[in-house]
Design a protein around this ligand. Structure first.
Ligand SMILES: Cc1cc2nc3c(=O)[nH]c(=O)nc-3n(C[C@H](O)[C@H](O)[C@H](O)COP(=O)(O)OP(=O)(O)OC[C@H]3O[C@@H](n4cnc5c(N)ncnc54)[C@H](O)[C@@H]3O)c2cc1C
Length: 507
């Protein structure tokens, strides 16, 4: 990446947010090029943290990643510089810290989530009132905002043409993948004055900021591997498998996906480097890498949807879906609770929900199946499911989570057609044919043989007894009947007045 120095920046503060690495970090690289003295800071933002439960795994991930980043900065500066970490309201703290350090400019990356845009606007205003600049750079996506638009200069609402335009843009501007390097000249990185430096340890313990280590994950789960080093270990593992990604990615019992979502969310790895790696593999003929790149393009797609249509936060993308009458009341609440706890009586749905609860990860196929089940079998609004995922997913990302939920609920752009309703039993038979994944997460069904694992209510009494399962005692009866639920959903969506459907059932 070509970085030209700017005049008039003697001192700079780099504000880390969702970019917890030093390698290929545009804001850091620009600050080091522009300024004579550079400090680095992260704010454990009370405005965000106060809404989280004390054992939130993501906070432990962030803390450990900050320790990793602190070490990276120390290594870049011969041990001189440390990360300044504050526990405060970021919108107040960054201007205050900028004042304490007397910097000319604050450097950071774009964050287009609506709340972050509002926060950054406040910070920019406060800095400007102090006579300081705020310099921001793209980092979190490959193409942002208005960089990939239709011929009519509008945002894309359909993925495939967006993807084609995205690939064309990459071809035309290969420089967007240029790396700022890991070995930038760290000479300007400075030791913070004692008045700013408030303690021996740069990064506070979790307990000091009101959190505790998250719940332990099961012994056979790899758990979260924080920091750039953790992300690199996952990436090395995935690169051995990437060529088979297209063939394995849909089968939750197989090691198909990369598990890099949380590293992309918190920027512990550089997205540009991942796209460059995938592109190299594609040049070598890898179909797996091609499919994987498509997934990364979905990520950019949903970010531009959120940027251009911020109303999707809380509202359907499609105006005609705003008046869908979702279920409310005691039964809907009971259904929602059963879904959250993995007690719906549909083994694949329950396995996915239990994986989420126990590890904070859920396989993509199961995100689709469970989201479809909540909205189209239980008739519960996508907003309730979206909020549950937001609370529990380690890799929670507003743009992708909202996009995924609105896709499954058929309220979004380029969504699953509303009359296509996943059959959870068929999905189970196709994507977990031997029931390996189900047996892992729903152990009470472990001894069921053959197809009964996909639909225990279809098993005969002898078969159930041989497996030690009494339905209603060891495992629930299905909380809804698929055929009945399907009819209700068709009626629910049909009464929106969008015409009569060509009814089809998705496998
Ligand atoms: C209802 C629902 C909710 C979802 N919520 C989130 C979320 O909060 N955060 C999130 O990152 N993804 C979300 N996804 C998309 C996808 O399920 C996850 O990105 C993926 O499962 C993460 O696992 P991985 O890192 O092993 O992915 P891989 O399969 O290895 O993919 C690599 C990366 O590509 C991106 N990606 C993959 N699939 C998608 C997709 N469909 N949409 C957008 N980006 C994608 C992610 O950054 C992912 O880490 C959701 C999907 C659905 C259907």
């Amino acid at each position: 990446m070509e970085i030209s120095a700017r005049d008039g920046v003697g001192r700079a503060l780099v504000w880390f947010r969702r970019d917890l690495r030093s390698a290929d970090h545009p804001a850091l690289a620009h600050a080091l090029r522009d300024a004579r003295q550079v400090w680095c800071a992260f704010v454990l933002d009370k405005a965000i943290l106060e809404g989280l439960p004390p054992d939130d795994r993501r906070v432990a991930f962030i803390r450990a990643s900050l320790v990793d980043l602190d070490q990276q900065l120390a290594a870049l500066s011969a041990g001189r510089a440390r990360l300044i970490v504050r526990h405060a309201n970021a919108a107040d703290e960054i201007p205050r810290l900028a004042g304490e350090l007397g910097v000319d400019a604050v450097y950071c990356h774009h964050d287009d989530d609506p709340a972050a845009l509002a926060r950054d606007a406040r910070v920019r205003e406060r800095l400007a009132a102090q006579g300081r600049a705020m310099r921001t750079f793209k980092d979190h996506v490959i193409f942002e905002r208005d960089e990939v638009l239709t011929g009519a200069r509008k945002a894309y609402g359909v993925f495939t043409p967006y993807k084609n335009a995205w690939l064309k843009a990459l071809h035309a501007r290969p420089g967007v993948l240029d790396d700022c390097g890991s070995d930038v000249d760290g000479t300007p990185l400075a030791r913070a004055p004692a008045s700013v430096w408030r303690g021996a340890a740069a990064v506070p313990e979790l307990e000091e900021v009101g959190f505790a280590t998250g719940p332990a994950t099961p012994r056979d789960d790899p758990g979260l591997r924080p920091g750039s080093s953790g992300g690199q270990a996952l990436l090395d593992d995935f690169l051995d498998r990437i060529d088979n990604y297209d063939a394995t990615r849909d089968f939750p019992a197989r090691p198909g996906p990369s598990h890099l979502g949380i590293h992309l969310r918190f920027g512990t790895l550089s997205l540009r480097r991942l796209v460059a790696l995938a592109s190299q593999r594609i040049e070598g003929g890898s179909r797996g890498a091609q499919t994987w790149l498509s997934e990364l393009i979905w990520r950019d797609f949903y970010h531009q949807v959120l940027f251009h249509h911020p109303h999707v936060v809380g509202h359907a993308y499609r105006a005609d879906c705003e008046d869908i009458r979702w279920e409310h009341g005691a039964q809907a609440d009971a259904h929602f609770t059963a879904w959250c706890e993995g007690r719906t009586g549909y083994p694949l749905v329950d396995a996915g929900m239990r994986q989420l609860g126990a590890t904070g990860y859920m396989h993509n196929r199961l995100r689709m199946v469970t989201a479809s089940f909540l909205t189209k079998h239980l008739g519960v609004s996508w907003q309730r499911g979206e909020a549950w995922f937001a609370r529990h997913l380690n890799d929670f990302e507003l743009a992708s989570n909202n996009g995924g939920w609105q896709w499954a609920a058929s309220t979004g752009c380029d969504a699953q057609p509303w009359f296509r309703i996943f059959n959870p039993v068929t999905q189970s038979e196709r994507f977990d044919p031997q029931g390996v994944f189900i047996r892992r997460w729903v152990p009470e069904l472990g001894d069921l043989a053959g197809d009964a694992i996909h639909a225990p209510w279809k098993a005969g009494p002898v078969e159930l007894a041989a497996a030690g399962v009494t339905l209603g005692r060891d495992y629930p009866h299905p909380i809804v009947d698929h055929a009945v639920a399907r009819e209700k959903t068709l009626a629910r969506f049909g009464s929106r007045g969008s015409g009569s459907p060509v009814v089809s059932e998705a496998g």
